[in-house]
Write a protein that binds this ligand. Structure first.
Ligand code: ARG
Length: 261
């Protein structure tokens, strides 16, 4: 195959463009994280990240892609060990991670949010004092919960689960009183599960002067695609493709597929 538009400097004959032996960009991702990466009832992989991978690698760069399900905890070492080429996994760009990987330009804004049992005994942050919250291990949700714990004078128990579904199950089974996690993923859970809802209030989004979602936000974050730090040339090419996806209207199409109505 010729990997697209013939960037001759980085290509010694098509197949090895960007150092890809077969033109396939391997993508490490922790699944499920609906609506970013999840399987349909038929078992097909889909989600915002999956469609973005298709738009960037296939439509813009003339390459192919393949998602490799990878545990979230350890996903960065796994990238750096060469198990796949990039991470696309609703990964928040932050300084700690940027010491170990490079990020693309931001492609999505997210907020840490709190989901609780509706009509239960938690209707404010303060009500969480002395209670337990569930998070996915190694996420910015875990970091936000640690911050909340500090605000509550240390009176908060944090239960960390390997996957976000573990935290959701714990809430339903009354093992924790709340889940701290990214807003859109919490939003899917709230939409699909009776009897749970967002903790309300004003927070980080309002403080940042942003058009705020109608629930409490603990942080404002941006997602990026993660690369090995020596993968500069590929990172740059992906950023160009990402910009083209945004400009062409394709980004909005994908956005509407997962976030409209
Ligand atoms: N945005 C959060 C973070 O970067 C959570 C991401 C979890 N992603 C996933 N696919 N499980 O820590």
């Amino acid at each position: 195959s010729d990997g697209g538009d013939g960037d001759d400097e980085s290509s010694d004959g098509g197949d090895s463009q960007y150092g890809l032996s077969n033109g396939v960009v391997t993508v490490g991702s922790d699944i499920p994280y609906k609506p970013f990466e999840y399987r349909t009832e038929d078992g097909d992989l889909t989600g915002f990240d999956v469609k973005m991978a298709e738009a960037i690698y296939v439509d813009e760069m003339g390459l192919d892609y393949e998602f490799q399900p990878t545990a979230w905890d350890g996903i960065i070492p796994s990238l750096n060990n060469g198990n796949f080429r990039v991470i696309m996994s609703a990964m928040t760009i932050n300084d700690e991670r940027a010491e170990k990987v490079d990020f693309s330009e931001p492609y999505f804004t997210a907020y840490q949010t709190v989901v609780v049992i509706e009509g239960g005994d938690v209707s404010s942050k303060q009500d969480l004092e002395g209670k337990a919250v569930g998070v996915q291990k190694g996420t910015t949700g875990e970091t936000a919960a640690e911050q909340l714990k500090e605000e509550l004078g240390g009176n908060l128990e944090i239960q960390s689960y390997d996957q976000i579904t573990g935290a959701f199950d714990a809430l339903i089974n009354n093992q924790v009183s709340a889940v701290v996690n990214d807003n859109t993923v919490n939003g899917e859970f709230v939409a699909e599960q009776d009897g749970v809802g967002f903790l309300e209030g004003e927070g980080a989004a309002e403080e940042a002067g942003q058009d705020a979602p109608p629930y409490l936000t603990l942080t404002v974050e941006n997602y990026g695609i993660a690369f090995r730090q020596e993968d500069d040339e590929f990172n740059k090419a992906v950023n160009e493709a990402l910009a083209a996806v945004k400009e062409s209207g394709r980004y909005d199409e994908i956005y509407n597929e997962f976030f409209a109505g």
